[in-house]
Ligand binder design. Structure first.
Ligand code: 13P
Ligand code: SF4
Length: 329
């Protein structure tokens, strides 16, 4: 893990300094829904992986300050190579990316030459370069429905998202055995106990959750899909089975409703907070904007190879915003 910030920033109005630097640098601050509330509150845009990719591709800012994890900032660099892309903490990784080293993924591909590689965006640029089409959780359904049924597919690195798509679409994609450590940590027993305490409350789950959680969900979808469900469900209490920082947006939009994070194994742990997303702090964002470091750099050949599968995602997902989610009808 990265060293903590050693500079003494006491007395500095971080919010004001970040605002000043954002103007001076002509920077846009993009944040994922799993970021700390104070970062979500100052971001120019908060969104899911697909929305953030689109923003990164379209922005006319000179600098993209990406408050998310490394594969997201890398995606921004692949789509906007002329921009400076900074990530407050370069150690903000992802367990799904870690589960899928490119050399092993290349061997897996080579064993199945008749399969195309449909790959979740939560992977390295090198794995993107080895893939045919990238998906996010909000575009996967739209994209998979455009692939002929007789086309064999390998899907990585998230076996739970892949398994969910297999069940929903009656496909038999070969699955890479990766998981998200955050969504893996939800406990079915504790979820059922919570449900018994709030019998009328629906459950909304991210498809990175294992099947024993997803099977209890009234709604399954990406972070933006879950947020949309939270804004429209008719009750007053919702159980949320994804990283709990998204609840900040729900409470801002619907202060009169109650949102409860789904529990982990001890019924009340912090194990569902993404430890990688949590590495980004206001202090590190301030330093990153001031120094324009840490910065995403990428070999041009790798970038161009990774761009092909990302462009295919953007093309196949386009025109379907709001319809292409994994939400159950
Ligand atoms: P979304 O695309 O749904 O925002 O998911 C990103 C992610 O990392 C979930 O763990
Ligand atoms: Fe990766 Fe899971 Fe964190 Fe998302 S929540 S960034 S999938 S470790």
């Amino acid at each position: 893990m990265t060293a903590p910030v050693r500079e003494n920033l006491t007395g500095l109005d971080l919010r004001a300094e970040i605002d000043r630097l954002r103007k001076e640098r002509n920077a846009v601050i993009l944040a994922h829904y799993y970021q700390k509330p104070e970062i979500q509150d100052l971001a120019d845009f908060v969104g899911d992986s697909l929305e953030l990719s689109r923003k990164a591709a379209d922005t006319d800012a000179d600098v993209i300050a990406f408050c998310g994890v490394k594969f997201m900032a890398e995606t921004a660099k692949i789509l906007s190579p002329e921009k400076i892309v900074i990530l407050p903490d370069m150690d903000a990784g992802c367990s799904l990316e870690d589960s899928c080293p490119p050399e092993q993924f290349a061997r897996f591909r080579a064993k199945h030459p008749d399969h195309i590689a449909l790959t979740y965006i939560n992977c390295s640029a090198a794995v993107k370069a080895l893939s045919d089409i990238i998906v996010t959780s909000s575009s996967a359904e739209t994209i998979i429905s455009q692939i002929p049924e007789d086309q064999p597919i390998i899907f990585g690195p998230d076996r739970h998202l892949g398994g969910y798509l297999n069940r929903k679409f009656g496909r038999e994609m070969l699955l890479w055995p990766g998981v998200c450590i955050v969504h893996e940590a939800f406990s079915e027993t504790e979820l059922l106990k919570l449900k018994a305490q709030h019998p009328g409350a629906p459950i909304a789950a991210h498809p990175e959750c294992p099947p024993h959680i997803v099977d209890h969900a009234d709604y399954v979808g990406s972070t933006s899909g879950i947020l949309q469900f939270a804004k429209t469900f008719p009750g007053d209490t919702l159980i949320v089975a994804t990283e709990p920082h998204i609840i900040h947006q729900m409470e801002l939009a619907l202060p009169e409703k109650t949102f409860i994070g789904a529990p982990g194994a001890d019924g009340n742990c912090n194990c569902n907070i993404c430890p990688y997303m949590a590495l980004n702090t206001m202090e590190k964002l301030y330093i990153a904007l001031r120094d324009l470091q840490p910065r995403i750099e990428m070999d041009e050949e790798l970038r161009l190879a990774a761009r092909k599968s990302l462009d295919r995602m953007l093309d196949m997902a386009s025109g379907t915003v709001g319809k292409g989610d994994l939400g159950r009808a």
